[in-house]
Design a protein around this ligand. Structure first.
Ligand code: SF4
Length: 256
């Protein structure tokens, strides 16, 4: 039986695209919502609901794409003073959302447009990073290619990141970009305490020993962590593990 036709995403219009985040770097979020539907919960969802941009989690999981993203970006890059040193995709959605190729296509077009203006990008995804990102003619800047990875266990993913790509597919896509000579990053956050999910951090790090940069951070925004009496000591031990691993493998280490 042929696959059911994929319903095109709803479209929204925005007045601006590039912005400086509260974290101090420049970002683009060209989609409202995210079908990955993470349940840590997702901070971007909490904020969108708080500000009345979505009613509930079900609406958050039906993403709407910014239809005028590229003309907006052209206009913003045309203003000389506005050209940022680097742009991050994305802080409040996923640029390579599973099951939504139009989101990935727009993300690639945005990175291409920024690179054409000499602006490098960092991308971070729980989807599958496309192989096109290795193409230096289309993407000439030294972009950084990141995946989020807090477990290797698919039972964890099904419970906490139900719409995201399987872990092995994320790692394989990242490895392909590394092998093509691209800069890679793994974002190990929010890392669960044993009370949420017991696992061995060393095994996860070993899977991504090829990356250039590791970011490690704890499980925020959930009262379940404060129920773990050993939480602080646990994160101190995990941070030491990450620091040691990065030193052994010559990897840039960043602790959240
Ligand atoms: S992938 Fe990111 S933006 Fe999407 S639901 Fe998960 S945490 Fe939120």
């Amino acid at each position: 039986m042929p696959d059911a036709p994929v319903k095109p995403l709803d479209v929204i219009e925005r007045k601006g695209l590039l912005y400086r985040s509260g974290l101090g770097f420049d970002c683009i979020n060209h989609v409202l919502g995210c079908s990955h539907g993470c349940r840590y919960p997702c901070y971007a969802f909490l904020m969108a609901r708080h500000h009345g941009r979505v009613r509930d989690h079900a609406e958050w999981c039906r993403p709407r794409i910014v239809g005028n993203a590229l003309p907006l970006l052209d206009r913003e890059l045309g203003r000389k003073r506005a050209v940022p040193p680097q742009v991050h995709l994305c802080l409040t959605t996923d640029p390579f959302m599973v099951g939504h190729p139009e989101v990935g296509a727009l993300s690639l077009a945005i990175v291409e447009r920024l690179n054409r203006s000499g602006v490098p990008c960092s991308v971070l995804s729980k989807g599958v990073l496309p192989g096109e990102l290795a193409d230096r003619r289309r993407f000439p800047c030294d972009n950084t290619h990141g995946i989020s990875l807090v477990s290797l266990d698919e039972a964890f993913r099904r419970e906490w990141e139900p719409g995201a790509a399987p872990f092995a597919e994320r790692v394989a896509a990242l490895r392909r970009l590394h092998e093509a000579g691209r800069r890679t990053l793994v974002h190990v956050e929010p890392y669960p305490t044993p009370g949420i999910f017991a696992q061995d951090l060393s095994r996860i790090l070993a899977e991504v020993a090829f990356v250039d940069h590791v970011f490690f951070g704890g499980w925020n925004y959930s009262s379940r962590v404060s129920q773990d009496r050993d939480g602080e000591a646990f994160y101190r031990r995990q941070s030491s593990t990450v620091r040691r691993f990065c030193a052994q493998h010559g990897i840039d280490c960043e602790l959240g």
